[in-house]
Design a protein around this ligand. Structure first.
Ligand code: ADP
Length: 161
């Protein structure tokens, strides 16, 4: 059984993330979406909320499970019996950052490989920050965020004002 983890902050999950999750779920037997605690900025959604949003939009993907993690990625992967970390790459600057992290993770757990999936071209510009920024201006979010969570983003945005 091939198990992968897909770590990130998912604040909130976007259509770009979901695209990577779908593709990973077709490659691996099991995919753990690992919602990380370590967000340097103040998140829009707290950890439990971020996990719940990922669970809601991945409900129909039977081999995908979303969880929170406060652990180092390499340790979390070991706990789950995962041998692969999936990452999405949008632009060259993503690669520079992710390459370094991949080397460190390999050092910490030599059985662990990082698999980079290139972002689907229609989502190369998309990040959670873009979604939050668009929401602030009341823009239509249907091309950016999964439709099941758009109301949550709108409500959270108006509460923050
Ligand atoms: P963000 O950069 O949107 O805040 P995260 O830190 O939660 O996202 O990223 C988790 C993972 O998802 C990373 O591997 C990141 O490169 C990838 N990712 C983020 N947005 C996209 C996208 N639009 N297309 C493909 N991969 C993405």
């Amino acid at each position: 059984m091939k198990t992968a983890i897909y770590p990130g902050s998912f604040d909130p999950i976007t259509l770009g993330h979901l695209n990577i999750i779908r593709r990973a779920s077709a490659i691996f037997d099991k995919v753990f979406v690992c919602v990380m605690v370590n967000s340097d900025k103040t998140p829009m959604f707290n950890l439990e909320e971020r996990v719940e949003l990922v669970q809601r939009v991945t409900k129909r993907l039977g081999n995908v499970q979303a969880e929170a993690s406060a652990k180092l990625t390499a340790e979390y992967a070991k706990d789950k019996g995962a041998t692969v970390i999936v990452k999405g790459l949008r632009v060259v600057s993503d690669f520079e950052k992710e390459f370094q992290i991949a080397v460190i993770n390999k050092k910490m757990n030599p059985e662990l490989d990082t698999l980079f999936l290139t972002a689907s071209e229609k989502y190369t510009y998309l990040s959670s920050s873009v979604v939050k920024e668009m929401a602030k201006y009341g823009a239509d979010l249907s091309e950016f965020a999964p439709r099941e969570i758009i109301d949550d983003i709108i409500n959270k945005t108006s509460n923050r004002r």
